[in-house]
Design a protein around this ligand. Structure first.
Ligand SMILES: [Zn+2]
Length: 220
């Protein structure tokens, strides 16, 4: 009986996945270009897993292995310590995916058109706010979701996928070498913290004092 129930809820999750497949290209037209990125939370303290860490719970339990080799899969994003708080869009873009996983709660994908091509940011363990669904245009810093309550496992997962949407864009982990139909880590994922840091909006120019108070003009 229990297995029937869990099969039923898995089927429900799959139905939701299909219902929220990527948005058609036509509704992406309103998105502003993504010139700059920011971190989705106000603080950015690492949780148990970084980019490329073995995919385990904090207590060491392995989440997934290759069926043949037994190799432990590697984490495609970064996990960040957080309480339940608002989550911001990392850059201008359009929500192109929303799925609900019974274990990991809500996952959201936002598609960004950058000067270097399409980038998709991945947010896991979040609940979108009312009015935010597939097709919603967002701007950098806009609050579109809240961290989901996972009890003692509550944290935020963020990943950066450097390319157009495909069947692996949702992956929170990938195998160290190709297995079970999945490509090897990192595939198109890049270090999310390094990516955001490299794409932050430059700080405003330094204020220059022109005389009058014995200050020399700053030569920049
Ligand atoms: Zn994670």
């Amino acid at each position: 009986m229990l297995s029937l129930v869990s099969k039923a809820s898995l089927a429900a999750a799959i139905v939701i996945t299909v219902a929220w497949s990527p948005a058609p290209a036509t509704i992406r037209a309103d998105a502003q270009p993504a010139d700059y990125f920011q971190f989705p939370l106000p603080s950015w303290d690492p949780h148990c897993l970084g980019f490329g860490s073995e995919w385990r719970y904090c207590n060491g339990t392995v989440l997934r292995r290759c069926s043949g080799s037994g190799a432990v899969w590697l984490h495609t994003g970064v996990d960040i310590k957080t309480e339940i708080q608002p989550v911001m869009a990392a850059a201008n873009g359009v929500i192109v995916g929303y799925i609900v996983d019974p274990t990991f709660r809500g996952g959201v994908l936002i598609r960004h058109e950058t000067p270097d091509g399409v980038v998709i940011t991945q947010y896991w363990h979040v609940w979108p706010r009312a009015g935010y669904s597939v097709g919603t245009v967002v701007t950098r810093g806009q609050v579109f979701a809240d961290i989901a309550d996972m009890g003692s496992r509550t944290h935020f997962h963020f990943a950066v996928f450097n390319g157009e949407y495909d069947s692996h864009t949702w992956n929170g982990a990938l195998p160290p070498a190709r297995c079970d139909g999945f490509p090897a880590f990192p595939y198109k994922f890049v270090d999310p913290t390094a990516f955001v840091q490299a794409h932050l909006e430059p700080a405003p120019p330094k204020v220059v004092h022109h005389g009058g108070h014995g200050l020399q003009e700053v030569d920049t």
